[in-house]
Ligand binder design. Sequence first.
Ligand SMILES: Cc1cc2nc3c(=O)[nH]c(=O)nc-3n(C[C@H](O)[C@H](O)[C@H](O)COP(=O)(O)OP(=O)(O)OC[C@H]3O[C@@H](n4cnc5c(N)ncnc54)[C@H](O)[C@@H]3O)c2cc1C
Length: 286
Amino acid sequence: MYDVAIIGTGPAGLSAVLTLKLHNKEIIWFGSPEMSDKVGKSEKIANYPGVAMVGGADLNAKFRAQADEMGLESADKRVTNIAAMGDHYMILADNEMYEARTVLLSTGIAAAKGMENEARLLGAGVSYCATCDGFLYKGKTVAVYCTDERMAHDIKYLEEISGKLYIYTSFGYTTDAENAEVLKLPVKKLDGGMKCDSIELTDGTKIDVDGVFILRPAIAPSTVLPGLEMDGAHIKVDRSQETNYKGCYAAGDCTGRPYQIAKAVGEGNVAAHAILEHLNEIGKEN
Ligand SMILES: Cc1cc2nc3c(=O)[nH]c(=O)nc-3n(C[C@H](O)[C@H](O)[C@H](O)COP(=O)(O)OP(=O)(O)OC[C@H]3O[C@@H](n4cnc5c(N)ncnc54)[C@H](O)[C@@H]3O)c2cc1C
């Protein structure tokens, strides 16, 4: 069992992982080895102390180099589900299960609004993970909606196993697969009673499907951890960055504005110290 599972390789997650590593904690750190997309997209950053007028890609590279120097590897996996087990957490990432005493959510802010009926039909014909659930749709008619080019391999996998695959991507995916059809318009709505049975495009076209895969880089935290208390789009935390779940913390953009690197780094540090205190307390109890 890990002491802590950190979700997100942006500034908030990195800040926390550095402190926890210094304290020799057993850490599993999920997220892209390329670190933060948001930081990478920033042309110039002028308000982060110690690094004068730096390009976002350069700052990301510095973040990665610092993690490497500390021997910190991140697992390039997307966390799709967290379950609170009382004294620990179970974390599902790309079809693998991990256990940790504490969790830090440093997932940034999910820009995308869910589709109509997405939350209701999740787990009922709607999945966020092709690797985990793809086999359920062998030979069937499936739609995939993908906004992250890094997940293109999951589209390929769905091409291989599905009978018919409708594909919408935001990055101009092309394919020669005979069973695949690339949609020009995005999906607006998912339909179905007990189970998703069709999708509706933005022009009102309806397509019957057996299942839908939604592949976005970020998933709403309250979907990943049901019961997580939110304040609008943000995770509710106290002064120690703890959420309504004991032992589960959140830091960075996901907890609220301002969306700034310095704030993310500060909150990651506060969370790391709170995690250390919590681990100390439960260590004394056991
Ligand atoms: C164009 C642009 C310019 C900006 N300029 C500035 C600036 O000049 N100064 C400044 O201070 N800030 C700036 N920002 C804001 C800054 O980038 C953010 O505040 C900062 O990146 C927040 O850090 P974070 O760690 O909270 O989240 P993020 O940097 O968003 O990192 C979140 C990480 O979590 C990962 N993740 C999310 N969900 C999952 C999951 N389910 N499983 C695994 N991993 C997951 C993501 O892939 C990502 O790696 C800018 C942002 C943009 C977009």
